[in-house]
Design a protein around this ligand. Structure first.
Ligand code: KE4
Length: 426
């Protein structure tokens, strides 16, 4: 596969941009090789600067649930942009967006728009601390909630991919207020609660993890955390930046039938434009400025172009709920066929999947937390990644990431993906 243009661009990029990328996971650091520079994308396909075509299983790390350059979203943005790109003042569209989200997601009385998932999660934690008057939070090893200082403790995604044990610049004071427990380990959380009685403001969790591969909650785990939060006056925060509007219109709260106190969103909510949000119970959200004193702000929060992109995307999902059935059918097909091929090849593996989020791990054991992910054969994954890339299949460049299917993917694309796997050998 000719990637000469990407090679030249990557060399040039590294002169002006740290590592040549504006987000570390894009750098192919763990899988090795040159990151591909993308020229355009349409539907299920990416086209790089060398003219190579790929079936996309990253979909911008989740946002492109209906495929790239989705016509209604493109048209809505084109129409809106001529009315200026930002006012720094309230608009009706922001009300419409908030009302639409409230109609789709359970348990959201008030919602505040921001410009990234990091901002959403950072703001939700500050709010939980302000609301409870307590300082500590519990997060889970391998979960990733963005790059705010308090989350960069045993984090997933790029932090795990790059194996950064402690992030320089995150002070001891901040790290001391972030407690961690293994995912799916309720006993470890109970122990932290007992050791930090009345000091814990929030438990923040990816209700389905996408940042150490796709990891599903074991039966009773989330329910147990819900009970702890109720008993201990702890704010239960669902980080639904990945799962929101992807697992169902109502995200993981709807799919898993469990209510958080605060929920954060990103990715799909913006349809590929910079949008995040946090929302939840009125009695908590009304502590946010200007109603309350928990200050949170953003020049481009609720930006009209970002709003129209997200509003159009969410409306498509709300008005066509069959999309989730189609995504389930396509994702199940891929999982089933991939398992059959790898089993026939006698390659030990596990496939974790829920809806259109999935991950493949090369191992002989179940994968249910950071420790079990860390014991998978990452070097074999890296070999698999490059095999698939050279066969026109663009997977996340890390064994610590989830794959995302878009509903633009066709049965033929899925069959081509399986054909590529059939050509894989150890
Ligand atoms: P952003 O600040 O990157 O918009 O969102 C942070 C975030 C928060 N919560 C969850 C569950 C997330 O998955 C993310 C971001 N996910 C990564 C992919 N694993 C974004 C890709 C990147 O860092 O470039």
């Amino acid at each position: 596969m000719n990637i000469s243009q990407s090679k030249l661009l990557f060399e040039r990029a590294q002169i002006s941009i740290p590592g040549g990328v504006n987000s570390p996971v894009r750098a192919f650091k763990s899988v090795g090789g040159t990151p591909l520079f993308i020229k355009s994308a349409k539907g299920a396909y990416l086209f790089d600067e060398d003219g190579n075509k790929f079936i996309d299983y990253i979909n911008s790390w989740g946002p492109m649930i209906l495929g790239h350059a989705y016509k209604p979203v493109v048209k809505a943005i084109q129409k809106k942009v001529v009315d200026s790109t930002s006012f720094g003042a309230p608009t009706e569209l922001e009300i419409q967006m908030a009302e639409l989200i409230k109609s789709m997601c359970p348990n959201v009385d008030l919602i505040r728009m921001v410009s990234s998932g990091t901002e959403a999660c950072m703001s939700a934690v500050r709010l939980a601390r302000g609301f409870t008057g307590k300082n500590k939070i519990i997060k889970f090893e391998g979960c990733y909630h963005g790059h705010a200082d308090c989350f960069l403790v045993k984090a997933g995604s790029g932090v795990a991919t790059l194996n950064i044990q402690t992030v320089p610049g995150v002070t001891g004071g901040v790290a001391n207020d972030t407690l961690t427990a293994p995912y799916n380990n309720l006993h470890a959380v109970e122990k932290l609660i007992a050791e930090n009685k009345n000091e814990i403001a929030a438990i923040i969790i990816e209700p389905v993890v996408g940042n150490m591969g796709c990891i599903l909650p074991k039966a009773g785990f989330l329910e147990g955390l819900r009970k702890i939060c109720d008993e201990e006056n702890i704010v239960f925060i669902f980080d639904e930046v990945m799962t929101g509007f992807r697992l169902a219109t109502g995200g993981a709260q709807e799919k898993l039938k469990i209510n958080a106190d605060l929920v954060t969103y990103g990715k799909v909510i913006g349809g590929g434009l910079p949008v995040g949000a946090f929302g939840g119970k009125k009695e908590i959200m009304e502590h946010i400025a200007p109603l309350g004193n928990v200050y949170q702000a953003g020049t481009l929060s609720g930006n009209p172009i970002a709003m129209i992109g997200g509003f159009t995307m969410l409306n498509e999902l709300k008005n066509n709920p069959s999309i989730y059935d189609e995504l389930e059918e396509k994702s199940f097909y891929l999982e089933k066929k991939m398992h059959k091929v790898l089993e026939h090849k006698k390659i030990p593996h596990r496939i974790n999947r829920i809806g259109s989020m999935m991950s493949l791990h090369f191992c002989n054991h179940d994968v249910y937390d950071f420790e079990t992910v860390s014991k998978t054969d990452i070097s074999l994954f890296n070999k698999f990644f490059h095999h698939m890339l050279s066969n026109g299949i663009y997977l996340p460049p890390s064994g610590y990431e989830s794959w995302f299917l878009s509903n633009a993917i066709s049965k033929k694309d899925l069959k081509n993906t399986i054909n590529a796997i059939e050509k894989f050998s150890l």
